[in-house]
Ligand binder design. Sequence first.
Ligand SMILES: [Fe+2]
Ligand SMILES: [Fe+2]
Length: 250
Amino acid sequence: MGVGPSGRVDRLLWVVHRWIWDDPDRRVRKLLSFAEVETDGGRDLLRAAEVTADPLLRRLYLAHAIDELHHGDLLRQRGAALLRTRTQRTALAAPSRWLPSDGHGIDDLRIGDEPDESLLAFLHLAEKSAAGRFSIYREVVGDDTLTRAVFEEILHDEVFHMNYTYTQLARIAPGSYRRRLWRARAGRLWKQYLRLSSAFAGVIGTIMLTVVYFILLPPFAWLAKRAERREKAGWALHPSEPNESLTGQY
Ligand SMILES: [Fe+2]
Ligand SMILES: [Fe+2]
């Protein structure tokens, strides 16, 4: 199985993946969010099966949709089973934005007026990324045999999806399938760049606000306190109006 550019990035993020899956709360949250992504992908593929004019692709999209909906069920059931074993009932915190995304790309799928060539190129790359991700997840949850078994089953299907989308793309666009793949790859890279930039902007914003709070604000607080110490307690006459009555109306 080949592992694409995002697969190499995931390998570099191995320690982060291990850290995410080691924690029981994060494990449950990840499984449940993956379940949503897979189910949404299944629904989109059902739509793709409806709109394609190619009978073979319609059958393949339908089989693919059934697989993705099944993945959603497997992940949801495993997440729910782990959730029931949690002794401490605490709310699951929202995931940090800098963590690797849950979608491996298929969450960006939009079925509209896109021709089958573009859809197959997009799907091939998303499935390749999914195969790379699930092979890592399978290893980092090695202590949890049931979750590992779920990932193994899903990985088997993702490799099939990765291969059939490539074969079908080469069948329907023999002269342009490489160009289609490069275009789809550029689109994915651009989306990854936007995701990373947005996460980076969030981190920089937090750092800047922390710097302002701890470095710029203390001098002003100190000046305000010093001015307060110099003020006399109680009421005082204004120097420009020393004879003004405090009880008179004018
Ligand atoms: Fe899947
Ligand atoms: Fe898939």
